[in-house]
Write a protein of this length. Structure first.
Length: 254
């Protein structure tokens, strides 16, 4: 916005045949942070997403700088890294996303086992929601990949999806159709944190003073209408040595 002007100025001057304007559209990450500050409730992310889609439709959306994230997404949907486990009678699955199981596989499995104590027929699905392609405007690929996964789940009797990733939450909420989506933060806030082998609840490894206030920032992917945010706050304030949780003012939605 600082470089190209206000949304109306960008819309008025936008030329879909001009490579400069095509590239400019992809400088928006669709985080919607600007929408949180807009005094007239305009969300420019919708406009930029349509610009992304138009660039792809006209054959001008293939940028070298996007190849890394597209390759990462392709690995996430590959047979080598995807896994579907739906036990008999399964109606709810745990969908941890890409980054969580990729960087913390032990924590992912421990969380799955913890939830399964309450939901014995819980299934687990390791796959990518293909949000990168969605945000890059690659609609045909996104519709094919996510649509195939969604239809598979619905056809196998899945009704509920527990997600650990805010981006997955956004995609399932918008495109999941009959699937009901919920975050693991909401589940943990209601059911409690996991315990170790001796039965004690897992404790935060970060030292927290009794009078300390823990700052929170809403994740960009769920900065608007984030149902999970109160649950995240609850999980932190539940710690015996934590006095309060404070949301970072500039990061909140109005």
């Amino acid at each position: 916005m600082h470089q190209y002007g206000k949304p109306k100025q960008i819309a008025d001057s936008y030329d879909p045949t001009n490579k400069t304007y095509q590239a400019m559209a992809f400088e928006c990450s669709l985080c919607k942070l600007c929408a949180s500050f807009c005094p007239v409730d305009i969300n420019p992310a919708h406009m930029f997403l349509e610009m992304h889609r138009e660039a792809v439709r006209t054959g001008n959306g293939d940028y070298r700088k996007h190849r890394g994230i597209v390759s990462y997404e392709r690995r996430g949907t590959s047979k080598r890294y995807s896994y579907y486990a739906l036990p008999e009678g399964c109606h709810t699955i745990f969908f941890p996303g890409c980054a969580f199981p990729g960087t913390r596989p032990d924590k992912t499995w421990a969380l799955f086992e913890h939830i399964r104590k309450t939901m014995p027929t819980l299934g687990i699905l390791l796959d990518c929601c293909t949000k990168p392609s969605h945000d890059l405007g690659r609609d045909d690929y996104f519709d094919a990949m996510f649509g195939e996964m969604r239809d598979y789940l619905v056809n196998h009797g899945i009704r509920n999806v527990l997600v650990a990733c805010p981006n997955c939450y956004k995609i399932f909420s918008r495109y999941g159709g009959r699937l009901s989506v919920r975050t693991v933060y909401e589940f943990l806030a209601e059911d409690g944190l996991p315990t170790n082998k001796s039965g004690k609840r897992l404790r935060c490894k970060i030292p927290v003073a009794a009078d300390m206030t823990v700052p929170f920032m809403r994740l960009c992917a769920t900065s608007v209408n984030d149902r999970a945010f109160p649950s995240k706050r609850c999980l932190t304030t539940r710690k015996k040595r934590c006095a309060a949780a404070r949301e970072v003012p500039w990061a909140s939605s109005r």
